[in-house]
Write a protein that binds this ligand. Structure first.
Ligand code: KIV
Length: 298
């Protein structure tokens, strides 16, 4: 009997892809997990080459890519276009698609329908949902159907208005305890990981130690199992006011501005394009072409 080479099934990870058990193992080994957001294929390729473990196609795209003032306007269709682009560029990192506002709040059924779109049409390995409370039954429905889910608590930008703005969360004992309980409930509901955003470091540390799944912090101190930053913030591409938890590793906006100004200047002065940027045509062909044009113009 001949055996055919094993192809990955619809639910099997592609070769070379980080798996969820490997991610869980990283926490057990106290190996830091690196997540970064990305919204297109070239960025995903760069994040992959740099060694990122997870790429989040965040609904922060609404602000940093689509120019909105909040994450709320992002739609499933917009997020799907970005997710597809990222999954084409990411080989090893697991791609997590952020479920935008309205795509999982209504019912378990509609949440599942939308999550399945991210997996089938977007090719994402997992989805992320914000909040606890009613989100818990969504997590159970999605995980029950085989869609891996990342939770997100603390500052949840989709409900920033209810939280009183883009503010740190869990700064009273009561609120910190609520976060602790929410994190444990999300783990019990089946999340494979949880983002803790804008949470006091000691609270995030306590939560991280209480969970067996990895926590990914953003503005949650150094003791979470991993860290995430938004692409545009970390590379200095977003020119709005950055939150205090952002560390900017480059000034790409400055670089891009300088390059564009040089381009504009060179086009205006004729310094660009040069000979080496143009294509040649054999002299004989050119002479014949000129003769034919002259004939047409006669
Ligand atoms: O949308 C996003 O980019 C996020 C991260 C900040 C965690 O949710």
């Amino acid at each position: 009997m001949t055996t055919r080479p094993r192809q990955p099934g619809p639910n099997a990870p592609a070769p070379g892809k980080l798996t969820l058990p490997e991610l869980a193992e990283m926490k057990r080994r106290s190996e830091k997990i690196v997540m970064v957001t990305a919204y297109d294929a070239p960025s995903a390729r760069l994040a992959d080459a740099a060694g990122a473990d997870l790429i989040l196609v965040g609904d922060s795209a609404a602000m940093v890519v689509l120019g909105h003032d909040s994450t709320v306007p992002a739609t499933v269709d917009e997020m799907l276009v970005l997710t597809r682009a990222v999954t084409r560029g990411a080989r090893r990192p697991l791609v997590v698609a952020d479920m935008p506002f309205g795509s999982f709040q209504v019912s378990d059924e509609s949440a599942l329908e939308n999550a399945i779109r991210f997996v089938k049409e977007g090719d994402a390995e997992a989805v992320k949902v914000e909040g606890a409370g009613p989100t818990l039954s969504r997590v159970q429905a999605l995980v029950g159907a085989g869609v891996p889910v990342m939770g997100h608590i603390g500052l949840t930008p989709q409900s920033a208005t209810m939280l009183g703005g883009f503010k740190a969360q869990g700064r009273t004992s009561e609120k910190a305890l609520r976060l602790y309980e929410d994190a444990r409930a999300l783990e019990a509901a089946g999340c494979f990981s949880i983002v803790l955003e804008a949470v006091p470091a000691p609270v995030a540390t306590r939560i991280t130690h209480a969970l067996s799944i990895p926590t990914i912090g953003i503005g949650a101190g150094a003791d979470t199992d991993g860290q995430v930053l938004v692409w545009h913030d970390l590379l200095g591409l977003y020119e709005g006011r950055a939150p205090r938890f952002v560390k900017q590793y480059a000034d790409l906006a400055g670089e891009i501005r300088r390059a564009l100004e040089t381009y504009v200047g060179e086009v205006r002065t004729g310094a660009f394009p040069e000979e080496r940027h143009t294509y040649a045509i054999p002299e004989q062909e050119l002479a014949e072409f000129e003769a034919e044009v002259a004939e047409l113009l006669r």
